[in-house]
Design a protein around this ligand. Sequence first.
Ligand code: ATP
Length: 308
Amino acid sequence: VFQLSVPLNFLGSVYREMRQSLLDMETLFNLQKVNVAVKEPENPKPLLLSKGEIKFENVTFGYHPDRPILKNLNLTIPGGKKVAIVGPSGCGKSTILRLLFRFYDVQSGRILVDGQDIRDVSLESLRKSIGVVPQDTPLFNNTIEHNIRYGNLQATEEQVHEAATRARIDEIIRSFPDGYQTMVGERGMMISGGEKQRLAVSRLLLKDPPLLFFDEATSALDTHTEQSLLSNINGILREKKRTSVFVAHRLRTVYDSDCIIVLRAGSVAESGTHSQLIDTNGVYSQLWSAQETLLLDDEEAAEEEQRE
Ligand code: ATP
């Protein structure tokens, strides 16, 4: 009996783990209200990554075919570089990410990763290569440790703690009564938006994928914490030469990118480095001046408050 129960126990735990990750995937998809109708190719090949270059060629896409969101969009995200995508609300920034993940397929044009059309590679290999910190991160009804380890189920406790430290949340977690064993999610302890975002960053750092996306990933943090988290993330990205894309509203968080792509009405309005775009004196430069003026006003108001 003993001899038999060992492999059965083992199978049981594999089954439980598989079931848990299926549930987790469902939670992710439900919470992000994502359409999972794309088809696996007939002869799926695994995605082969070299530099990590992402290319959108003449991409047109709309959630409703008669209302295009992206129009003949051409853009290149060079391998190993940090690229920012900025632009007004609703111009299609998150849509770019959903298309790359193949939650939807393009209506015309193609998306290439290291020269391979993403419709020709297996969905699993594609999605395994991309990591995202979405605008609103779903948390599972489980411990904080599980929520971070979801990025890499094989990670040791030490690696989980290291990822949290790099995401500037380790100290906060340790201050909770149950530390890393604190239950979160709908039925667990309420945590703030900024803490949630940092858990999502920890999860992504632990997953350590070749292509990383940050979709307004630090928007709920105060400026000081945001700057310190971003400088940690930048250090890791540079050290590992990862391709990364930052979708952002606040230009101060991305002005140091290797390339900034400004989207407007579904196409690229202009692109370049911060100083090139300032020299161009176009949309970016106007947006930058407007945001800086607001920030300076805020800083002056804060100083005045301190004096009173
Ligand atoms: P924000 O900066 O506000 O996050 P965004 O640039 O990321 O905006 P997207 O989320 O890509 O914009 O949305 C682009 C457009 O597509 C918007 O008009 C939005 O209303 C629409 N849209 C987004 N998701 C869907 C969907 N599932 N079904 C129909 N329309 C959608």
